[in-house]
Design a binder for this molecule. Sequence first.
Ligand SMILES: [Zn+2]
Length: 324
Amino acid sequence: MNRRQVLGVIVGGVAAACLPSIAVSAQSYDDARDVYAALRGRPDLKLAIGGGDIFVVFAEGSSALDRDRVAAWIQRSAVAVSTYFGRFPVQRVGLLVIGGEGDHVGPATTYGMESSAMRLHVGADASEAKFRNDWVLVHEMVHLALPNVPRRSEWLLEGNATYVEPIARAQAGQITPQEVWRWAVEDMSKGQPGPGDEGLDHTHTWGRTYWGGAMFWLLAEIAIYEKSAGRYRLQDALRAINRASGGNTTYWEVEQVLAAGDAAVRLDVLMALYNDMKDRPVHVDLDHALQQLGISEVDGDIRFDDGAPLAALRRSITAAPPRG
Ligand SMILES: [Zn+2]
């Protein structure tokens, strides 16, 4: 199964990434109020990473979990998002870890109501390797960084988490650039418009929401770099949106999000792309974009061409950002 076969919904400021259904034990905390109520209890663990405080509560019935292993997983994921955003994207977040039978890591759900919160399902038999290779928690933590937007534009947030997650892990040295770009080569075309598509704001399929959204952000990455003659990257815009909004407990219109990003890079790239793609099907020339970046797949291997026009952008996207 493809690792990114994710189903997602956003309901009333709740961004959810759901893996195929798995058996979860005892109380499932389906109601966000139950999650918040559980998080009001005394935290079992507190982690301070990237200037943010992460309060972890293990739900009742989670005694079989290896808490050190879970803590290391949360820490590693938080380091990845903090590397990308230059700090942990919110000042504080509560994580409710719900242990169950099996070896699953996820599903997970992010909430931005009264405060930032997450619900994480973890199987007691999940191996060290499974935690180390997990992308779900990094994806969810990227959701903390951007404000909530109207539901029709859920793709903006899901696409952002899909686009940023592997890049954040690569910048933190957790995965290779080849692993990052394999996802674009093999999966991104799932975001192309199909028959009857009416644009990203009106076509709420899984492919358009996650991969159509990710393509939007890849196009933004390239356009910001090209139009600023290499001075700015998408990361600068996303950091600015995170700083201005304070993260996922805020509700903004899409235009406000994009204007904050555009202002940071002194362009109108994000707004122009949105106006182009929101109401009509836009087929992205993905092959051309990957060729420009110098990315190809040969006999199953991801290969890089340093002579490609945008090779420097490709290298900088996954390079460790300067500190500070
Ligand atoms: Zn998501």
